[in-house]
Design a protein around this ligand. Structure first.
Ligand code: C5J
Length: 220
């Protein structure tokens, strides 16, 4: 077993039953000039996660442990996108519209894929999800069960949307979740701060919060 300093208290996990989840580190959300920035967001708030995440993923791979990447997006005909989701957002920048890096959040487009620095390597799982949570309408639950995973190290973007939704769902399904604050990001600093507080509040109502160097040290 490994233990790391965390909030609200130490987080103990068995690396052989733990997966690293990397949520939606996609060009559409992170690249300057892309969809996220075109909505007026400050992408540097997300991009600061790339370097620590690359180090964490490297250490996790070196330890022979599983990395699971997710991507939020939809089929080209948008048949998996509920009208309620499609109709949200700025009228000129909706899912499926042409963007700087291809159709926005459409599978197979350049912008939908993961940033160069964090590209999956051969054999790593990539879960394509139509929702914010990584469990809804995906194979994630089956994969975790078959791999006998009981704990998740959760990283990616954005903290208050896809990270939170996934952590809440995972918590309800019985997984112990450790969220790494230097490896999750929000366009909004106040959401980042309060989003992390919410996870560890009330004795860890959804999970634990720590920094990636302590996880790297625990598995190295
Ligand atoms: C959003 C996400 N924010 N990956 N997606 O729409 O958090």
């Amino acid at each position: 077993m490994s233990t790391v300093d965390a909030r609200p208290g130490p987080f103990t996990f068995d690396p052989n039953h733990t997966a690293l989840i990397v949520i939606d580190m996609q060009r559409d959300f992170l690249l300057p000039g892309g969809f996220g920035e075109s909505l007026g967001n400050d992408v540097s708030q997300l991009r600061r996660t790339i370097e620590p995440l690359a180090a964490l993923i490297g250490a996790w791979r070196a330890a022979g442990l599983p990395v699971i990447h997710t991507r939020e997006g939809h089929l080209p005909d948008l048949s998996d996108c509920p009208p309620a989701k499609l109709s949200r957002g700025a009228p000129s920048m909706r899912i499926g519209d042409p963007g700087a890096f291809g159709r926005i959040l459409i599978r197979g487009e350049y912008g939908h894929d993961i940033v160069d620095e964090l590209q999956p390597i051969a054999g790593e799982m990539v879960i394509d999800k139509p929702g914010k949570g990584a469990f809804y309408a995906t194979e994630l639950s089956d994969i975790l069960e078959k791999s006998e995973i009981s704990s998740l190290i959760v990283t990616g973007v954005t903290t208050e949307v896809c990270v939170h939704t996934t952590v809440r769902e995972a918590n309800d399904r019985g997984y112990e979740c450790l969220v790494l604050e230097d490896c999750v990001g929000s366009y909004f600093p106040e959401f980042q701060q309060v989003g992390l507080k919410m996870i560890a509040a009330q004795g860890g109502i959804f999970g634990w919060v720590a920094e990636s160097p302590s996880v790297i040290a625990a598995i190295s």
